[in-house]
Design a protein around this ligand. Sequence first.
Ligand code: PMP
Length: 359
Amino acid sequence: MAFRHRQEIDTLPSYKQGKPAPRVEGRRSFKISSNENPFNPLPSVKAAIADQALGVINRYPDMRGWSVVERLADETGVKVENIQLGCGSTEVITQLVNLVAGKGDEVVYPWRSFEAYPIIVTTAGATSIQVPLTAGGSHDIDAMIAAVNEHTRLVIVNNPNNPTSTSVSDGEVRRLLDSVPKDVLVLIDEAYVQFNTDACTCVGMDMFREYPNVVVAQTFSKAYGLAGLRIGYAIGPEDVIDGMRKVALPFGVSAAAQAAAVASLDAYDELADRVNTLIAERNRVVSRLREQGWVIPEPNANFFWLPLDGRTDRIARYFEDAGLAVRVFSGEGIRITIGEREANDLVIDVCARIHSIAY
Ligand code: PMP
């Protein structure tokens, strides 16, 4: 770049959007590369957008998103002062990092994990301390504790972790929280919480109630199927939420996103049936693949992970040829989102054919 700019941006990898479904002659193809919900929007959600948002798009939206905030406060039992919205949880995480970490400050998080973390931290001017996952794809909590020092401003726990889908246990997160100084915030990123079926998992809201330095981030993008509208939220201590509001993108969350979020909360029973279907599909696909001999860490989100190291790129080609856009992490592995049943059946078929190449 010829213009004067911040040199650290040069080293940043750009966020990569999941590939679209590949074109395959005469057959359906599927996009299972972005951990999206495969179901169409509910009619009640579309109607809420039409009724409440479309007619007022000449006006700025309610900047605080009161209809959503009050509703979330009712559901969770926290005060409205503890809730902040953003354009997806990506934005609330950005607000939090911008609030606490600048030049000379460190943010500790597991790696590999959500690819936005390094972008957000570097853009804030802070330094990423990436703590490698264990060989099984889980958070290495002891190593994360060891990485905390006087420069640390934030520690991120991603439960379940993207892309390995592994859950972090209640005991592990408590161990971390008990050892981190109370003036260092701990973010528990729960983008996929509704899919987490691990009986021992950490529950972010419990941690928020018990520890003074916990912030929980959740999203309407996954279980609620509103990825295209961009709305997520954080629940945290009042003073933290207050600070996040100061650095938030003004008018970031559209009226359509707010209307859809409230309608989705109203329709949660219906959406929960869909979540349960996706969980059952995940368990079906993963157990079939394990029968075929694939090694897969225990999944707790709407996706699972094939750790393939150096074989990753060779294997990736076969998914593409079969009409499946999956997420490829070169040299590491492949993340596969649970989609509609037909897509999942195709994953099982492709994996059966290529197992001998992978192992
Ligand atoms: N956290 C994690 C771990 C994610 O995987 C994602 C989405 N890919 C997000 C947060 C943010 O999602 P959104 O901005 O759509 O709410």
